[in-house]
Design a protein around this ligand. Structure first.
Ligand SMILES: Cc1cc2nc3c(=O)[nH]c(=O)nc-3n(C[C@H](O)[C@H](O)[C@H](O)COP(=O)(O)O)c2cc1C
Length: 214
């Protein structure tokens, strides 16, 4: 697949253009800004699903803040995160799809690890806005990390743990004036293949983020 990388997009994402042209470079995210934002009660007041997005890119600092809010490390001494996870399994990975490619968020390094170059946004959902919104997050649970025998328990815990992350993203978006909607309607087979997931990696839901249109 040919990556469609513009120089402006490279600069925005902090990717050296030459490296991006050859494939996809890792993106070290700037330290998250953890001061400010709306008071919690105002963010809760404004939380909502919005399904109309401008195509404008999200600045790298905002992406850093968003991923940290979603499931970043808030206690570096223990590596624990902004969302809880059963038994601290931390089994949910956030895959980040932009017009340049697909990345996996490494929370401990606060870095985007390249997965595949190319524009996979359209494959993250079944509705047109996913193809043009700047960012689609895909929540992928590694069921191998859940030390329970039954499929039912694995599905139960991974779904709950994902819900906390998605709500953190909702609240961050409400605070920042960003539009977002979490989406269960995903062609999981096609997307898993596009992202090169292992059989034990299960797509739970996706979440679109961007600036609101209108
Ligand atoms: C698990 C889950 C799956 C959802 N799947 C979709 C979806 O596939 N497409 C969509 O447009 N909205 C989806 N939503 C968003 C809901 O439709 C939305 O949260 C609901 O209508 C309430 O609106 P609100 O979020 O603005 O309060 C989903 C929400 C949840 C919690």
């Amino acid at each position: 697949m040919t990556p469609s990388v513009t120089l402006a997009a490279c600069l925005l994402l902090g990717i050296p253009a030459t490296a991006a042209a050859q494939g996809l470079a890792p993106v070290q995210l700037p330290a998250p800004q953890i001061q400010g934002g709306k008071p919690l009660m105002e963010a809760l007041r404004d939380r909502q699903s919005i399904r109309a997005f401008l195509p404008d890119d999200i600045p790298l600092q905002t992406l850093s803040n968003l991923l940290w809010a979603g499931f970043g490390v808030n206690r570096p001494e223990s590596g624990r995160r902004t969302a809880p996870s059963a038994v601290n399994w931390q089994e949910v990975d956030i895959y980040v799809t932009t017009r340049e490619g697909a990345y996996r968020y490494d929370a401990q390094a606060h870095r985007l690890e390249p997965v595949r170059a190319g524009d996979f946004r359209a494959i993250t959902g079944t509705v047109p806005f996913v193809a043009t919104a700047p960012l689609n997050l895909v929540y992928v649970a590694d069921l191998a990390k859940i030390t329970r025998e039954s499929e039912e328990e694995k599905n139960f815990y991974s779904a709950i743990d994902t819900g906390f992350i998605a709500q953190n993203v909702y609240l961050f978006c409400a605070s920042e004036g960003l539009a977002t909607v979490v989406r269960a309607q995903v062609d999981r087979e096609a997307l898993a293949e596009a992202l090169g997931l292992r059989p034990e990696q299960k797509i739970i839901v996706a979440q679109t983020v961007g600036y609101p249109a209108g």
